[in-house]
Design a protein around this ligand. Structure first.
Ligand SMILES: Cc1cc2nc3c(=O)[nH]c(=O)nc-3n(C[C@H](O)[C@H](O)[C@H](O)COP(=O)(O)O)c2cc1C
Length: 351
């Protein structure tokens, strides 16, 4: 398969994709990446429909270059009162410690999966790429997106997931290795023992699939890019290395953690949302996790954590903050995103 900047007919300097990172960026990072010749991405999992429209407006009016709009495609769980009660009981001591009233513990879903209403908003913008995490929306919605000319991408964490996505007609698969920061994108099996590192996953997927494979997880410099390409990837997706970019919205506490020796200690945790995600180990993860059966189903764990996080952050503490990070923080630098793009671009062969 040809490895060119025209991968998926995208007009890019090289097939370098910035990973969408909900909670750590908005259109500004995506725009800076697009302007530097790579594929910028807009994460939308935490946006209302109005915010989605505003962000899309800001991004599309800022660049003619292709960009990626990313959605979560999980199934919203039925609230389980017993599970929520157990979760609230586990968090009560922390509420008391921070002077918060446990009776005010909020509930609710926080993150909505992609659906027809979001598709309505998206249709006006027809982005070059639409990507999904946690599986795909229903087939009709996916066809609708592709009918606009948008390419559909989705994360896979195992070979069976990648083969399933290919059979559904996605245009490319993102091979998300275990090194990756943020949420694991699995959707066929919740058994984490099936998941593997980027090197193993990219090699397996690029051998078995006929559609392009995008390598994600642990890629932080030009050599990482070269390694992914050597394993058969057609493109790379990089997240953590952009977290300290000037244009990211990553909080000062999160930036400090990424730049500190603590960033050597990451783990998968389900405490902040209900689904496993990789972040820098902090107090809550040490105390009751990192993976705990007490956390209710995704995304229902999030709401009750929010007041703890806010109160602790006001004291300069990240005890209850999800410090999402991949295993490889080597590429994190406080610099314009364009500089980070340039460093990664050096790993691609000349056009
Ligand atoms: C802070 C953070 C937030 C993330 N949020 C999303 C998201 O909203 N949607 C998504 O598809 N992937 C998300 N990811 C995962 C990335 O798409 C990608 O798999 C990962 O960043 C690649 O590994 P790396 O962080 O080692 O570069 C997130 C990753 C991070 C670090």
């Amino acid at each position: 398969m040809e490895m060119t900047a025209r991968l998926l007919d995208l007009d890019l300097q090289a097939p370098l994709f910035q990973a969408p990172m909900a909670g750590a960026q908005d259109h500004r990072l995506a725009l800076a990446v697009c302007q530097a010749g790579a594929l910028g991405a807009l994460p939308t999992a935490m946006l209302s429909l109005e915010q989605l429209d505003q962000e899309l407006k800001a991004l599309s009016s800022g660049t003619q270059a292709p960009f990626n709009v990313n959605f979560f495609a999980h199934t919203q769980p039925e609230p389980d009162p017993a599970a929520l009660q157990g979760w609230h009981a586990a968090l009560t001591p922390y509420y008391l410690e921070l002077g918060l009233d446990p009776k005010d513990m909020p509930q609710g879903a926080g993150r909505q999966p992609f659906g027809p209403a979001a598709a309505e908003v998206l249709q006006a913008y027809r982005p070059a790429v639409v990507s999904f995490h946690f599986g795909l929306p229903d087939a009709q919605l996916m066809r609708r997106i592709q009918s606009w000319g948008s390419r559909v991408l989705c994360s896979a964490t195992t070979l069976p997931e990648a083969l399933w996505l290919q059979a559904q007609g996605v245009d490319a698969v993102i091979a998300q290795g275990l090194e990756a920061g943020g949420h694991r994108g699995h959707f066929l099996s919740h058994d984490l023992s099936e998941q593997m590192g980027t090197m193993a996953l990219v090699a397996q997927l690029s051998r078995a699939l006929s559609i392009p494979v995008v390598a994600a997880g642990g890629i932080a410099d030009a050599r990482g890019v070269q390694a992914a390409l050597a394993l058969g990837a057609q493109a790379v997706q990089v997240g953590t290395a952009f977290l300290c970019a000037d244009e990211a919205t990553t909080s000062p506490l999160h930036r400090a953690a990424l730049m500190s020796p603590n960033s050597r200690h990451t783990a998968l945790t389900n405490l902040f949302s209900g689904r496993p995600a990789r972040g820098i180990v902090n107090r809550l993860m040490r105390d009751i996790g990192p993976l705990s059966p007490l956390a209710p189903a995704f995304p229902l764990a999030t709401a009750a954590i929010a007041p703890l996080r806010k109160a602790a952050e006001a004291q300069g503490r990240s005890d209850f903050t999800p410090l999402w990070s991949g295993q490889n923080t080597l590429g994190c630098q406080s610099a314009p995103a364009a500089q980070i793009v340039q460093a990664l671009m050096a790993g691609f062969p000349p056009a």
